[in-house]
Unconditional design. Structure first.
Length: 611
């Protein structure tokens, strides 16, 4: 085994994997890369941009799958167990990024790696085996066609339960554009923008890393221990203590009640913001099926809920979840008023390796298209029709019949059927469960997110829900909050931290974390510069992929179709949104078309030519 990194807290190595030529190369991590981009999303964005693959077909051998972790992975600091993936997205044709929890990140760190870069395409199905000595490309013919759980069980048994395994299911193999990468019994996913399809296009069924737990050498152990004590103290005290207890008791489904009480729960393919039967799919309905709490590695929240259904039409269902976003996608958008049915759908999506958020949007769009006579189906589908939705999922996963069309995502389906104005998406990505008409800060989030209509880049729904700002306005104050949130969560994604720790990791704690782990003498402004580099490069990547500033918006229906919130009819104010976006460009140092200026790039230590 080679010496570990001289930069504290890093594994110290990059693993380059060329599937076409069956080559695996281990190389040292560059200290400059660490200082400029810190880790995780920072590493992935820099390497993706430098690869100059913006003109490549996302499902071609030229695309990269970049897996990266943060300096906190494998240390005693909680909430640091996530893995970051970057790639050119098959779903959007632009910047792809997705994160996944579980216990893969610490295993990868203990094996000595911070980054794994996969390029090329194997002729036959393979899986990548990684340990401290390097990597091996191994035959996976016997795994191809198996579900995510089957694949993981087989590899864990072969590797004597010493591995962490991530894998794709049949959806990824069949190049469904919104296929996931799954892990931890398929109950943790890198779900958004289609990383599973990228793996499938490379005939890469799984990645397994084998390592024993090790102490990660940090720069200042005392500072790190102090930080951990502060974090646990913070969690024990209000308001975060209450939040932690709610996560342990209810998990994310508690948001179902909040979303309906505040009227932002997307319902009936974005026709309404309130589902009258929401109590049937909320936390209390789910509680009777919970058999245990589950957690990612070194997490005090334990927000995952393992449920088992033993009676009725969905008896035998066993799944971690459903999470809020899955409940919104199938309960709200598809109006399925049975938590049991939603759990079954969740289980199928996990086994097949498919993003529940996009799948729910696709299914509800298909219901609308079928009702309009634009989509031909052998057997019809309707709202409140779980069996009809399950049929659609089966067809999508197999790319069978109409499923071959639906497997492309909402934007492509809408354009093909002549229903572009009906579609709800931004930059090709379908939104999360927060309607921007009742939470206008989310209009800014969906319009400006680097990967499309994403709630996690800025978590603006929490701002609109807080009561601390004018809820129904898109104001200059919200632009300021948006930029600060975007910067902080970019640093989260470099570390790579779970969003649920957002009330724990203030800017001051992030500064202390980076210093304690790496020794980098960064203040808040230095960390914001790291974020600004990520924003500039992801923006340039999108522009080079053909994305335009005209796509920095939300779907027309949000601006023209009002929804009722209490006694008020609300839409997204197009003028306010445009003004806010222009202000964002200016404050980021971008021109009027949303292109980072040369001076901005220079000040960040970047150039458009060499990044």
């Amino acid at each position: 085994m080679e010496d570990r990194s001289m930069v504290p807290s890093y594994g110290g190595f990059i693993l380059n994997v060329d599937l076409t030529n069956k080559l695996v190369e281990k190389k040292e991590l560059d200290e400059k890369l660490c200082k400029m981009f810190v880790g995780g999303k920072g590493f992935g964005t820099k390497l993706l941009y430098d690869a100059r693959i913006e003109k490549a077909d996302p499902l071609s051998p030229d695309n990269l799958l970049i897996m990266s972790i943060g300096p906190g992975a494998g240390t005693i600091i909680p909430f640091t167990s996530k893995v970051n993936f970057n790639f050119k997205s098959p779903l959007t044709g632009c910047y792809g990024v997705s994160q996944m929890g579980g216990y893969f990140a610490p295993k990868l760190k203990w094996a000595g790696y911070d980054i794994v870069i996969v390029r090329g395409r194997s002729e036959n199905p393979v899986y990548l085996y990684i340990d401290e000595n390097g990597g091996e490309i191994r035959n996976a013919d016997y795994l191809w066609g198996k579900t995510t759980q089957e694949t993981e069980e087989i590899l864990m048994k072969e590797l004597e339960q010493k591995a962490a395994v991530l894998e794709i299911g049949p959806a990824g193999e069949n190049l469904v554009k919104f296929a996931c990468i799954c892990h931890a019994n398929a109950w943790r996913q890198a779900g958004r923008t289609g990383p599973g399809a990228v793996m499938g296009s490379k005939k890469l069924k799984a990645i397994a890393v084998v390592s024993d737990r090790k102490e990660v050498a940090v720069d200042n152990p005392q500072t790190v221990h102090e930080l951990v004590e502060e974090i646990h103290k913070h969690i024990r005290e209000d308001p975060v203590g209450t939040l932690a207890e709610n996560y342990r008791k209810y998990g994310t489904p508690r948001m179902v009640e909040i979303a309906n009480e505040l009227h932002f729960f997307p319902t009936g393919y974005w026709r309404d913001v309130y589902f009258e039967k929401y109590k049937k799919i909320g936390p209390e309905a789910m509680a009777k099926y919970i058999v245990s709490n589950r957690t990612c590695w070194n997490c005090p929240f334990a927000c995952g809920k393992l449920i088992e259904i033993k009676e009725g039409p969905y008896a035998g269902t066993r799944v971690e979840g459903p999470e809020y976003e899955t409940i919104y996608a199938f309960g709200g958008l598809c109006k399925i008023d049975s938590i049991e049915a939603i759990a079954k759908i969740n289980e199928l999506c996990d086994l097949y390796g498919i993003d529940t958020m996009t799948m729910g949007n696709v299914a509800s769009f298909a219901i609308e298209a079928y009702k309009l006579g634009k989509l031909k189906l052998e057997k019809g589908v309707d709202y409140s029709d779980p069996e009809g939705v399950i049929q659609l999922i089966e067809k999508v996963v197999k790319r069978e019949g109409v499923g071959d069309l639906l497997a492309e995502g909402v934007r492509y389906v809408a354009d093909t059927l002549g229903l572009t104005d009906l579609a709800i998406e931004s930059r090709g990505l379908e939104p999360a469960g927060y309607d921007p008409r009742s939470l206008p800060g989310m209009a800014l989030a969906y319009a400006l997110s680097d990967r499309g209509a994403c709630h996690l880049r800025s978590v603006m729904y929490a701002v609109d829900m807080s009561g601390k700002v004018e809820r129904f306005a898109i104001s200059s104050e919200k632009v300021s909050i948006y930029i600060d949130n975007e910067d902080r969560y970019n640093v989260f994604d470099c570390m790579v931290l779970c969003r649920f720790s957002r009330q724990v990791f203030t800017w001051d704690k992030l500064v202390k974390m980076v210093k304690g782990l790496t020794g980098f003498n960064y203040d808040i402004n230095k960390l914001k510069e790291v974020s600004q580099r990520i924003q500039a490069l992801s923006r340039l990547f999108n522009l080079k992929c053909g994305s335009k500033c005209s796509e920095d918006t939300v779907s027309k229906r949000f601006m023209t179709e009002a929804v009722k919130v209490n006694d008020r009819l609300v839409t997204v104010n197009e003028k306010e949104l445009r003004q806010a976006i222009n202000e964002y460009y200016q404050r980021r140092g971008w021109d009027e078309k949303g292109t980072p200026k040369e001076e901005t790039l220079k000040n960040l230590g970047l150039t458009d030519k060499t990044s």
